[in-house]
Design a binder for this molecule. Structure first.
Ligand SMILES: Nc1ncnc2c1ncn2[C@@H]1O[C@H](COP(=O)(O)OP(=O)(O)OP(=O)(O)O)[C@@H](O)[C@H]1O
Ligand SMILES: [Mg+2]
Length: 251
């Protein structure tokens, strides 16, 4: 079966620094894949390359077989790439529902129907309600983002990405900074994502990585040093040396 996402020999250099070095990987429909590696390994850069924030100096990026390397971010969203951001990008003075409505309108290519005017299309409201229910945050619909707990804000970021109806979802440390007590709602949500969605998760918490991922790619200094089933990666000597050696999986 054709992969949903396929990177072939993707490279990017900032001056002399090779932040992405000949990376090839693919995700099938329904993939639960983690991208791990030390700080500065180039994980966020890779997501920026896939989503179109950055352009590679060489290599191809395909969605459903179509090369999207020349497409800008909006066009890649339309092709099926959804992402969350490591840094919070929500509208803090708007409600949960209003934030979601913006994402749905963006997905439907009707950016002119923005907040302040009544959204006439019932379809928009339906989509918003469906996503709120899917993420279990319907009771927070009218709450302004600034009044949400941090974990709930991160959950809304995932909801915003889902509103774009992606084929491939890129999650950049979705539980980062979330207090332990709240992180379970994020983990639960990630575990309940639509089955056919291909998911690439960047995460430093190895408990979460091994709970979530069936496949893992390990990045170090811009290059993949290992790729494979989670059980193999856990036993991989080089990975243990470069990465796990400093964590609790490293004894
Ligand atoms: N715009 C830029 N210009 C120059 N160097 C950059 C730029 N963006 C990132 N870098 C460098 O690229 C490398 C990879 O950074 P990146 O943020 O992708 O790492 P990361 O694996 O996501 O790290 P972390 O786990 O800390 O989030 C780092 O050395 C960083 O300093
Ligand atoms: Mg990062």
């Amino acid at each position: 079966m054709q992969p949903k996402l396929e990177l072939r020999n993707v490279s990017l250099a900032f001056g002399a620094l090779k932040v992405t070095n000949d990376v090839s990987l693919s995700l099938a429909a329904g993939a639960r894949t983690a991208l791990i590696g030390p700080n500065g390994a180039g994980k966020t850069t890779l997501i920026n390359l896939i989503s179109g924030v950055l352009r590679p100096s060489s290599g191809s990026i395909r969605i459903d077989g179509r090369d999207v390397v020349r497409f800008n971010q909006d066009r890649r969203v339309k092709e099926g790439i959804g992402r969350t951001f490591q840094i919070n990008r929500l509208f803090r003075d708007l409600s949960v529902e209003e934030n979601l409505r913006i994402a749905v309108i963006q997905q439907q290519g009707r950016a002119h129907q923005l907040i302040g005017r009544r959204a006439v299309d019932d379809g928009i409201q339906e989509a918003v309600i469906r996503i709120l229910a899917q993420l279990g945050i319907a009771d927070r619909a009218g709450t302004r983002v600034r009044h949400l707990a941090y974990g709930e804000q991160r959950l809304l970021e995932i909801a915003m990405a889902l509103a774009l109806q992606p084929k491939v979802l890129l999650l950049d440390e979705p539980a980062a900074g979330v207090p332990k007590g709240e992180s379970e709602i994020i983990i639960g949500t990630i575990e309940r994502l639509p089955k056919d969605l291909a998911v690439l998760l960047i995460e430093h918490d190895m408990d979460l990585v091994f709970r979530f991922a069936s496949d893992i790619h390990v990045l170090a200094s811009g290059a993949l040093i290992a790729s494979g089933p989670a059980s193999e990666i856990a036993r991989n000597e080089r990975v243990r040396e470069v990465y796990f050696g400093r964590g609790k999986h490293g004894q």
